[in-house]
Design a protein around this ligand. Structure first.
Ligand code: ZN
Length: 437
């Protein structure tokens, strides 16, 4: 299906800068790649342009956007735990280790039940698409079948997804842990399962939960899998002071999470490491040298990292944003954007990250972090069309437009700060409308 849209497009092709393309005509090919992106096209000239392009207007449906509608890039959630979705919005009252034992491991363990997996994952993927998350980087559980169901569900709903089967072989409950050999075998079988699917939207990810739940042997072998199958890596890095201290105790020979991951071949230019609040300057240099980046999760950083990601000190790193459901209470990336801005002002006299920069991290920055900078995250000829149609005047819109002088960048700012799924009237991935009904 070819997508054709005429109206205002907004995106952040450069960090911190909002670009507004007015009267823009955008056309994709059948594969969802943008083949035409032209500004200042009068609406009445669209039919003749389509005719010249061999797309007779009688056969082709053009989406004309109104003055209070705009097209923006789809949101990229670079860190979310799918099997924690059932308890989202609750249970953030404990420190990390106690939280894992009391809420997280029991919730994830239930995914040995494949019917439960189908129910939860179908609900979650629809919810994320409705909230504008066109790409999600998922942690699943240690269960092969349930993780395959998550992968199938994203494919079924047309979401772009990076999915990881969680690997752990120690420091977890007896009924929710694998031996090293089983963990490796499952991780490898899941990679093969995904790589045999006939879609470019699905990518498997090597996923050691975090260092405390993995032996050195497991981490080394996972590094080998990432290299052999050329797939991305995701984990948690230097999240809380307690976790950093525990890793020191387990591995006194290594200076930090980063040096240990690196020794195991898990710091690559496709590594998506969550949190990183307590990375040292040496860690940051190492990760930057390897091309690894951080999924910044402002809500769960407040709850579990007891800190704010230091954007200025860690500026050398690629950064995207994540919801970190359920350590973060909201599955909406708009909440992550807002919380990033708010928390970045702590200890400063202004927000270190403004809303345009946070929007960049939720779109093109996230795309860069997950290795898709040339594919999604902004509008350009040749890129895939992953986008949201925003309408600020829907009947149940959560925001009121009372001033008739509002410029488009103020309208976009209002959407970022006040909008929600009621304003997201359509969702496109690879040029296809995937809006949940
Ligand atoms: Zn996490």
């Amino acid at each position: 299906m070819v997508a054709i849209i005429h109206g205002t497009l907004v995106h952040t092709p450069i960090k911190g800068e909002l670009a507004i393309l007015r009267n823009c005509l955008l056309i994709t090919n059948d594969q969802g790649n943008i083949t035409l992106l032209k500004q200042d096209v009068a609406m009445e000239t669209v039919p003749s342009i389509l005719q010249q392009a061999g797309l007779p207007s009688g056969d082709t449906k053009v989406r004309y956007l109104s003055d209070y509608q705009f097209l923006m890039p789809g949101l990229v959630d670079t860190h979310i735990h799918a099997p924690q979705y059932p308890f989202t919005g609750t249970s953030t009252d404990l420190p990390l280790t106690e939280w894992l034992n009391k809420y997280t491991f029991p919730s994830e363990q239930k995914f040995q039940d494949t019917d439960w997996a189908k129910k939860v994952y179908g609900t979650l993927v629809r919810r994320l698409l409705r909230n504008g998350t066109t790409t999600a980087v998922y942690f699943a559980s240690i269960h092969l079948e349930a993780t395959q169901i998550l992968a199938d569900t994203t494919v079924g709903y047309g979401q772009r997804a990076l999915v990881g089967l969680v690997s752990m072989d120690r420091n977890a409950p007896d009924d929710y842990v694998d031996t090293t050999a089983t963990a490796i075998s499952k991780a490898e079988r899941f990679i093969q399962y995904c790589q045999h699917q006939a879609t470019s939207l699905l990518t498997p990810v090597v996923t050691p939960r975090f260092i405390p739940t993995c032996t050195l042997a497991l981490l080394e072998q996972l590094g080998g899998l990432a290299r052999r199958y050329n797939v991305p890596v995701q984990s948690h890095i230097s999240e809380s002071l307690g976790e950093v201290a525990f890793v020191h105790q387990l591995h006194p020979d290594f200076e930090s999470d980063a040096t240990l991951f690196d020794a195991c071949g898990l710091l690559t230019d496709r590594s998506i490491m969550a949190h990183g609040v307590h990375l040292t300057d040496t860690d940051v240099h190492l990760m930057a040298a390897r091309g690894s980046g951080v999924a910044v999760c402002p809500l769960s950083n407040a709850y579990f990292a007891n800190g704010v990601f230091p954007f200025q000190q860690h500026a050398a790193l690629k950064t995207g944003l994540g919801t970190d459901v359920a350590g973060g209470y909201s599955p909406s990336m708009l909440t992550s954007i807002r919380q990033t801005v708010v928390s970045s002002s702590f200890g400063h006299d202004h927000p270190v990250v403004d809303w345009k920069t946070a929007l960049y991290m939720a779109t093109l920055g996230g795309a860069e972090l997950v290795g898709l900078k040339d594919v999604i995250g902004s509008f350009a000829q040749g890129k895939q069309l992953d986008a949201l149609v925003i309408d600020l005047t829907t009947e149940d819109s959560p925001l009121d437009l009372l001033l008739d002088t509002e410029s488009m960048d103020l309208l976009v700012e209002k959407f970022v700060n006040l909008g929600d799924d009621r304003c997201i009237v359509d969702v496109l991935v690879a040029g296809n409308y995937v809006t949940p009904q």
